[in-house]
Design a binder for this molecule. Sequence first.
Ligand SMILES: Cc1cc2nc3c(=O)[nH]c(=O)nc-3n(C[C@H](O)[C@H](O)[C@H](O)COP(=O)(O)O)c2cc1C
Length: 343
Amino acid sequence: MSAFKSPFKMGSIELPNNIFYAPLAGCSDYPYRKMTSKYQPGLICCEMVKMDALMRNDPNTFHMLDYDKTMHPISGQLCGSKPAMAGPAARIIEELGFDTVDLNCGCPVDKVTKDGSGSGMLKNPQLIGEVISNMVAAVKIPVTVKIRAGWDETQLNAPLITRIAEEAGAVAICIHGRTRKQGYKGPANWDYIKECKDVARTIKIIGNGDVIDGPSAERMFQHTNCDAVLVARGTMGQPWIVEDIIRYLCGGPEIARTFEERRQVFYEHFLHTVDYHHSRRVAIEMRRVGCWYFKKAAGTRAFREAISRADDPEFVRELILNFPAGDIQDSDSGSEEECCGEE
Ligand SMILES: Cc1cc2nc3c(=O)[nH]c(=O)nc-3n(C[C@H](O)[C@H](O)[C@H](O)COP(=O)(O)O)c2cc1C
């Protein structure tokens, strides 16, 4: 039986399916979310925001939480380790109209972990429980948490945290099958996700790490018995990936994505960027996003060089619409490392 579920119940809400799109700092911004929600993943997420920035009414932080009604169901993700702030910050997410609120316990960046936030929380499982309890007490929307396998290979405590999160009232926990020490390098180890599923009673387990297409989503479900999968880097430049995964899991024929279709979707992403950002910002954003759409293509460098000279949206529009397909061929020769930033 397929692990695909539609609808998918998570706590008090019903989501359209159990294939989710991840929070991606610096990437899952408004235009990305406009673009990806069109393909109807079970849940999408904003970039993480800091609890203390919300509490001091930082306008840029509120700006990161902009969304429109086409983007539901949508999750807001909080980063912070102070239990006293967790409830009020979660309430702000709820009052803004988000469908769920998530706690980030995975961000590996030093400036985040040094105050004990992000993956720094993995060193203090009891604190994770306290923060989640306060969020749960403050809101009616479901509370979820996103963790890694552990801080490093000597502290693999994801199953313990799963039990603590469940006790604290979280309805789901997403496990990224890498340690903080690994960052994003090497393959994700899905055994850690399976161990969490084995100890979970009521909490839903969301498997994350290296799900990039239908076959890898199926293997994630089979290997871990997880309830849902979360796709992160696989969504970049492939906002349609949920359709491909669902088609594969349900045994339908593969959907071929031609170069011209990629161009059209990239152009749509450009239009959303023009709608949302000031014109000076559009070209900068498109340098980053264009690379995603053609990252698996020979000829990417020439395209990127051209787009990196762009400083006005009209030049970018021309380039996207007229860049000759013959110069960009689908292949696996592109380097993802060159394109993707990290948390
Ligand atoms: C550029 C980038 C930004 C990310 N930002 C966040 C974030 O804001 N919150 C979070 O919980 N995880 C974040 N992550 C981690 C991803 O959500 C995901 O856990 C990780 O990339 C593994 O999944 P993947 O193998 O499908 O990419 C980020 C990852 C990348 C590459």
